[in-house]
Structures are given as C-alpha cells and as structure tokens.
Design a protein around this ligand. Structure first.
Ligand code: PAF
Length: 283
C-alpha cells in the first residue's frame, strides 16, 4: 500500500488517476483507525475506483493541549489495518504538520451560519475553524469526487456540508451511519484510551440515548433532558458535559416539538480526561 508523506507526491499520483478518468473517494481521518473507519473506506471503495485515506492529527482543531498530546498516533498499525481489506485501490496520505500548514499553524476563521456555535462549538472553542481549515486544505490537495464522514460527529458532518456549499467545492459529501461496539459504545479513536472497565461501563451512554429516544415520544425535551442529567449526576465513571435535543437541520436546541421537524439527541461525556460523544435520531 502506497503511503505518501508529501502532497507533491500524492498530487502526482492523483493526477495520473484523473488522466485515466478514475473516480476518487476520500476518507479523511486522524488515524488510530478502527472498524468505524474501515466501514467508511469500504463504502468509499464500493462507490469509487480509487480511495485516498488521509491520516493527520490536525493540531488546529484541538482546543486542549493535553488532548492533542495524548491523541493516539499509530501509523504502522493503521496501515496494517487498511491492508486487511486486501485492496490495492487504497492510497494513504499521512502528511507532516509542515506539509499541511507550512510555517503557519493557524486556523482560517469561518462562518457556518451558526452551526458552529452550538454544542461542540460551545465546549470546544475554535474547534470547527480548525476542522474547516484542514478539511478545506485536504479537499484542495486530494480533489476527490466523494468524501465520507461518520455521523458520530454529526455536527462536523453538517458543517462540512456547509463548507462545501459556501466555497463551491466540487465534492459530494456522504454521511455514513455510526458504527458501534457490541455493547453500543460508538466507535472512536479515543476509545483506545479507555480502561476495560470504562469501556464496559460505556454501554450506559448508548442505553441512555435509546431510553431518551423512547421517552421523547411522550415527554417534552426538557423532561427528557432532566432525566438524562439525573442519570449521570452521580455516575461512577462518566461526567456529563451536555445533553441536547436539537433540530437536526439547524442544530439549534428544540423550542417546541412539531411533527414537521426532525430532531436528534446529542451527548458529550467525560471518562476521566477522555471525551466521548454520541447522538441518535429521534424521529
Ligand atoms: O473526524 C475527524 O477525524 C477529523 O475531524 C477530520 C475530519 C479528519 C479533520 O481533521
């Protein structure tokens, strides 16, 4: 499997693909790959001739220096996992910070029409400027026909769709369903940092979301939110950062339930210093 460290090299390879009229799918990642990423790559392989997987821990999207420092970096294992697909159509781009940012590790400032102000935006200031900056840069380098993102980061997916629309970037964004561990825990690179005890206990997060969904049929968003907050109030392993029921399109907190709108519940919790997020569609 080809692993390119420099954009110059991968651009040349991609140029030759384009010369042969091959379609290019793109799966941007920060590495520490797991089955959730593989599902994105498989979907991309089904829909494209070639697939580029980028592996880059993007410094500008971390608002917390410890999180950035502790973020797992496992390039060799990542490549080995991709090789288990037995596909010669996958190409890896694993650039250095220098290759992406030159000497200026800075975010561009974006206006995503308020999508960036909610939830993750509130608790991780600057995060979506960092995501927007790197994804826009990666789209410029890879120029894919289609790009694949997991719905675990539902707000990120909405923001990337807005980015592409605002900047007229000719790429189709495909949102893929959340991949879960057998106990319901949403797959995430950060799960690698959980102890086995925490991982087992983390089934509680998805269980709480599914019960909240059932409650939302007859209860108000406020009632459901209070119930969720109660569940976490004295939890042995998890500290709730937020639980929100929001309009799926605007991501604004629900005001009054109406049949015409689609709602989604979003949650962020801490297990020690490990931050986990998840979400569930409510109707
Ligand atoms: O979802 C991620 O892994 C990252 O936010 C992304 C999209 C690769 C940008 O760094």
């Amino acid at each position: 499997m080809q692993v390119y460290k420099e954009q110059k090299q991968i651009k040349a390879e991609l140029e030759s693909f384009r010369g042969e009229h091959l379609s290019i799918g793109f799966v941007p990642t920060m590495g520490a790959l797991h089955e959730g990423h593989l599902a994105l790559v498989k979907e991309a392989l089904n829909q494209n001739d070639k697939v580029v997987v980028s592996i880059f821990v993007n410094p500008t999207q971390f608002n917390n220096a410890i999180d950035l420092e502790k973020y797992p970096r496992t390039l060799q294992d990542d490549v080995a996992l991709l090789q288990t697909l037995g596909e010669d159509r996958v190409v890896v781009y694993a650039p250095t910070v220098e290759d992406i940012y030159g000497g200026h590790i800075e975010s561009q400032q974006f206006d995503f029409d308020g999508l960036e102000q909610e939830m993750e935006g509130k608790f991780r200031p600057g995060h979506f400027n960092g995501v927007g900056t790197v994804v826009k840069r990666l789209f410029e380098i890879v120029a894919p026909h289609k790009a694949y993102f997991g719905k675990k980061d539902f707000q990120q997916l909405a923001i990337i769709k807005r980015l592409v629309h605002k900047y007229d970037i000719p790429v189709q964004i495909i949102g893929c369903k959340i991949q879960r561990e057998p106990n319901g825990l949403a797959m995430s690179s950060r799960n690698a940092r959980l102890t086995s005890e925490q991982k087992k206990a983390a089934s509680f997060i998805y269980q709480t979301l599914t019960t909240a969904k059932a409650q939302f049929v007859t209860k108000s968003a406020d009632e459901v939110t209070k119930w969720v907050e109660q569940q976490f109030s004295a939890h042995e392993f998890f500290e709730l950062e937020y639980f929100n029921i929001a309009d799926q399109d605007t991501l604004k907190p629900i005001q009054r339930k109406t049949r015409q709108k689609s709602y989604r519940a979003f949650i962020a919790v801490y297990a020690d210093d490990i931050r986990l997020i998840d979400n569930i569609g409510l109707n």
